[in-house]
Design a protein around this ligand. Structure first.
Ligand SMILES: *Cc1c(COP(=O)(O)O)cnc(C)c1O
Length: 395
């Protein structure tokens, strides 16, 4: 006898990991609206509006700004595969998992890749790229603005200057950055940028906002070889997102509704206000973690507000504590990746999840679980420290 599984009824979680993060209820409601065709006049109007809103959050005038169908990695692949041709020299800054992924994608695109490295948790100074720029003479330099594996916030502007002085283009990973910290595509002269929906945009995973400078578009349109990936070929995608509306693939209609609503939310709040909210709740969380003697992995001057990577306290079993947080409190935080596996927790305060009630709940839950696991600390101090930060801000 065949049986039908029960319907989907997921538990209500509080998503405070490295993504996906909590989805705003208005975004969930948008997802459930009736599906229309991908060439329906209503849908085409939403696409235009979405491109306009994406230009605002990327702070760019770039004509070629749209959302790739797929998660952040699809945006990553789209920027790399379109800009790079076999034999091109590419320099990648690697100080965590996602820099490593950029290098791997560039290699698969046939590039001669030079990795400039920094220890995990650190960021690059412009000088770090001088030698590689001189010796490799790259076409593209790729960097991660918000390295989600380490919680490090990479300054872009000075490096961009150096990259352009050397005649190269700058490609930036803004997956965890967009909506959490400034992404100044035009001011920083970024040639190609990609992001994701499920980090600081309070939206489920499924689309990857991207933007290309005029120079990048010219490079792509003048390629000597065809882009290896048909699906991610920007010259074809541009005909659907441009005025011609040439069918390429069926757009994920309902995800477009979701991202449209998520972008409206960010713009209603105001980008600067949104960044300030992430910063404030990060500072409250940091004060609380400090009271628990839980140190950050990144230096204070380069800590991302939206991704708090901290050392697992001595004597505490990483996986067990995270499992108890999930089972007993419904809170998801992330474990460490790669070199940081088992040693680091990654606490996300992304988008809709960046709220005082989440910080308070997490600190309270951590205090209870750490006490039960025999960790010694000053009880109640973390919550008092967080509250002090909010009251300084008049909240
Ligand atoms: C999450 C993430 C990605 C990959 O995005 P997916 O949506 O998981 O495909 C790439 N870069 C960074 C910095 C990320 O945080």
């Amino acid at each position: 006898m065949s049986s039908i599984p029960a319907g989907v009824n997921p538990p209500l979680r509080i998503l405070m990991g490295p993504g996906p993060s909590d989805v705003h209820p208005r975004v969930l409601a948008a997802l459930a609206r009736p599906t229309v065709g991908h060439l329906d006049p209503y849908y085409l109007q939403l696409m235009d509006q979405m491109q306009g809103m994406l230009r605002q959050v990327f702070r760019t005038q770039n004509e070629l700004t749209f959302a790739v169908s797929g998660t952040g990695s699809a945006g990553q692949e789209a920027t790399v595969m379109n800009l790079v041709e076999p034999g091109d020299a590419v320099v990648v800054g690697v100080n965590g998992v996602f820099g490593g992924r950029l290098a791997e994608m560039a290699r698969r695109a046939g590039a001669e890749v030079t990795c400039v490295k920094r220890p995990w948790g650190e960021v690059f100074a412009a000088d770090d790229f001088k030698d590689a720029l001189a010796s490799a003479q790259p076409k593209v330099v790729a960097l991660v603005l918000a390295e989600t594996s380490t919680g490090a916030w990479q300054p872009i502007e000075e490096i961009s200057q150096l990259v352009h002085d050397a005649g190269a283009m700058l490609l930036v990973d803004a997956v965890t950055a967009l909506g959490g910290i400034p992404v100044e595509v035009d001011r920083w002269n970024i040639d190609a940028v990609y992001a994701g929906t499920q980090k600081c945009l309070s939206c489920p995973p499924g689309l990857a906002p991207v933007s290309f400078s005029a120079r990048a578009v010219k490079t792509i349109m003048n390629r000597k070889t065809k882009v290896h990936s048909w699906y991610l070929d920007v010259s074809l995608l541009a005909s659907y997102w441009g005025e011609d509306r040439v069918y390429h693939h069926t757009a994920p209609i309902n995800m477009t509704y979701a991202l449209h609503e998520a972008l409206r939310l960010v713009l209603e709040e105001g980008l600067d206000e949104c960044f300030a909210r992430h910063k404030l709740h990060h500072e409250a969380l940091a004060a609380g973690l400090d009271a628990l003697n839980i140190p950050y992995t990144a230096e204070p001057e380069c800590r991302l507000p939206q991704l708090n990577a901290v050392r697992v306290p001595d004597g505490i079993h990483d996986a067990r504590l995270r499992r108890r947080l999930l089972e007993e409190f419904g809170i998801e935080i992330g474990g460490g990746l790669g070199d940081f596996q088992g040693k680091v927790w990654r606490i996300g305060l992304m988008g809709h999840a960046a709220r005082s009630k989440n910080v308070l709940l997490l600190l309270g839950a951590l205090e209870q679980l750490l006490a039960e696991e025999g960790y010694l600390f000053d009880h109640g101090a973390s919550i008092a420290a967080a509250n002090q930060r909010w009251s300084q801000a008049g909240q």
